[in-house]
Write a protein that binds this ligand. Structure first.
Ligand code: SF4
Length: 231
């Protein structure tokens, strides 16, 4: 969206109908489940407006019922795939609790990708629910902190703290300083290079990630899906 999307507030519904951008089957390209086949459910709308965000999450008019959405996930899932990735936009913006409960009840693993600024009180506690937080703001919602399975940071050269290697530049305003929320607790930290759509900048971002991961013990992932030409 490259900072062009409206900032949409959290909705309080029964979660039996969701605004969905797309559902697709692919290989997870980042984070703890990199390389694993997964059905991605991209929830529409976001509460933040990140200047470099290259994801489309506003153009859909599809508002499936929960049952319709579950059928679509099953139709796209291949045998042997038990991973569903809920992403966005910001999936916490809508009431995704019934969807998560239904997926867990079917024996699926659910990876939930969030910017961590919102929370839903009824989020299930389940060993097969993995909350991956990629902070884009100075503070995270207090209630999400004990539930985070891993942190994920997108790094760009010249925009990180020399002490911890993590971002110090605002995601919302170009060139403005902002120390993004730092990891809390002993959970894995993943770093990946920002895609600036510029060969030289991307090379610098890649080198930065490598050095930061080596120095601080983070785990580096690259956007595998872009390299192998899948969504
Ligand atoms: S929080 Fe994520 S989806 Fe939302 S605008 Fe920022 S990068 Fe894009």
């Amino acid at each position: 969206m490259f900072g062009k999307n409206p900032a949409r507030a959290q909705e309080h519904t029964d979660g039996l109908q969701l605004w969905v951008q797309e559902v697709f089957y692919t290989l997870q390209g980042e984070g703890p489940f990199i390389g694993q086949p997964a059905v991605f459910v991209r929830l529409a709308g976001c509460n933040l407006v990140c200047t470099w965000c290259d994801t489309e999450f506003e153009s859909s008019t599809w508002r499936p019922s929960l049952d319709e959405l579950l059928l679509d996930i099953d139709a796209k899932r291949q045998a042997g795939c038990d991973l569903v990735v809920l992403t966005g936009g910001e999936p916490f913006r809508q009431n995704v609790v019934p969807l998560i409960q239904a997926l867990l009840a079917k024996g699926m693993r659910v990876q939930f990708e969030t910017n961590g600024s919102l929370w839903l009180d009824d989020m299930p506690l389940d060993d097969n629910l993995f909350i991956i937080c990629s902070p884009k703001t100075k503070n995270l919602h207090d209630d999400i902190l004990p539930r985070i399975s891993a942190y994920k940071y997108v790094l760009a050269a010249g925009e990180v703290d020399a002490d911890d290697g993590l971002p110090v530049t605002s995601t919302q305003k170009v060139g403005q300083a902002c120390r993004l929320a730092r990891p809390v607790g002993d959970v894995p930290v993943y770093v990946s290079p920002r895609d600036d759509y510029d060969t030289h900048k991307n090379a610098a971002n890649m080198a930065l990630c490598r050095d930061v991961a080596l120095k601080h013990g983070y785990r580096m992932t690259i956007q595998l899906h872009k390299m192998i030409g899948v969504a």
